[in-house]
Design a protein around this ligand. Structure first.
Ligand SMILES: Nc1ncnc2c1ncn2[C@@H]1O[C@H](COP(=O)(O)OP(=O)(O)OP(=O)(O)O)[C@@H](O)[C@H]1O
Length: 364
């Protein structure tokens, strides 16, 4: 005999909710899924009425569901937000070109303007070209550093107040585990923050902080959302892979493990430092502006400029790990070998003067 929904007790239960194990109907699943995200947004006061918000959209399941849910909640609860899709084209043939086609369809489906910024235009290097130089092992370092800055640069060009990403509860719990396993205490203190903001950067939030990946997949499946589901062809992040497999094992034994790990991580949380703020005890500045491109940095040069310098000088390992650090110290201060990253402070000017710096479909 069909089981009634554990929430409404009227409709037939058609799924087992991954987060709680409850047998529920589709409509109740949509309702609890969306309401939990709404509560996360409201409890953390993520947005203010009238703000322009960029949804970092890769075309994958998380950001596609984020675009759908943000549109739905903005209408339902009248948040009064002006939404945009912001995509980064890393230049990965056979992967990102296909997923960006999905985002272009999402632009039509959700009626949200899309802007695409590319590594090639911003840095003069595509990931395909970077992988040819550095190989498969360390390319994720380049991609992660370049993407972070590309999103900020795209957001400035769009003139938005806020960026949201599709990072979900599983991603955050994995990161907590990885930081514990590496003994990386400072990252452990930061990785569970729902929002990150300094005076110099646009606030960035994770509305899916408490949303399980399995529920995102289920939501996308039942709602028949249009998303791209292939893994990156250059993603050999083995360490995260182990953390992920471990977390999945824990989840299968006790589904609350994901939230429990996040809550444990939250107890290490500390406030984000402001630009130029001194470390406790009067040490070196924690965050400052990159001497070369003006982006936030913890040393004289931001990480992207260091990596880019290595690439441009034919020394791609210059910015990576201990080996690169030793080499940089031996070589002393490098001369400016031609800045490929445009200065951050010029971006707003660029936006009005040359809006075609970025590839754009409708947003300018
Ligand atoms: N190329 C990109 N352009 C814009 N945003 C991106 C891009 N890549 C990642 N992001 C943002 O960062 C989030 C986490 O990215 P990650 O690489 O972990 O992908 P994911 O977990 O597979 O997410 P998704 O399913 O949205 O691709 C994404 O949900 C998205 O908001």
């Amino acid at each position: 005999m069909p089981r009634p929904c554990a929430l409404c007790a009227t409709a037939r239960a058609v799924l087992k909710r991954p987060k709680t194990g409850q047998q529920i109907c589709k409509d109740c699943f949509y309702a609890v899924f969306e309401t939990e995200i709404h509560n996360t947004i409201i409890d953390n006061a993520l947005f203010k009425r009238g703000q322009k918000v960029a949804i970092a959209a890769s075309g994958g399941k998380d950001s596609t569901v984020l675009a759908h849910v943000m549109t739905t909640l903005n209408d339902r609860y009248d948040y009064g937000l002006d939404l945009f899709l912001l995509s980064v084209d890393e230049g990965i043939t056979g992967y990102r070109d296909d997923s960006l086609e999905t985002v272009k369809r999402n632009e039509q489906q959700y009626g949200i303007p899309l802007k695409i910024v590319s590594y090639q235009e911003l840095y003069g290097w595509s990931m395909d070209a970077i992988v040819k130089e550095v190989g498969m092992k360390n390319n994720c370092t380049f991609c992660g550093v370049f993407r972070r800055q590309a999103l900020d640069r795209g957001a400035v060009l769009l003139n938005v107040d806020h960026i949201v990403t599709g990072h979900n509860a599983d991603d955050i719990a994995e990161t907590v585990l990885m930081n514990i396993l590496r003994g990386d205490f400072s990252r452990l203190q930061r990785c569970t923050s729902i929002s990150t903001a300094t005076d110099e950067t646009i606030p960035r939030s994770k509305p899916f902080k408490y949303t399980y990946e399995k529920e995102i997949v289920m939501y996308a499946y039942f709602k028949k959302l249009d998303y791209f589901s292939t893994e990156c062809i250059y993603s050999p992040n083995a360490y995260r892979g182990y953390a992920r497999a471990f977390l999945k094992d824990l989840e299968s034994i006790r589904p609350s493990a994901i939230i429990d790990i996040i809550h444990s991580g939250e107890h290490f949380e500390t406030p984000q430092p402001k630009l130029g703020e001194k470390k406790e005890g009067g040490g070196e500045a924690v965050i400052r502006s990159c001497e070369r491109c003006g982006y936030m940095a913890s040393n004289k040069l931001c990480k992207a400029c260091v990596l880019l310098e290595g690439l441009n000088r034919g020394l791609p390992r210059l910015g990576i790990g201990v080996e690169g650090k030793i080499r940089r110290q031996h070589e002393g201060k490098s001369e400016d070998i031609g800045r490929t990253i445009q200065h951050f402070s010029e971006l707003a000017v660029t936006r009005t003067l040359t809006p075609n710096l970025v590839t754009s479909t409708t947003a300018s």
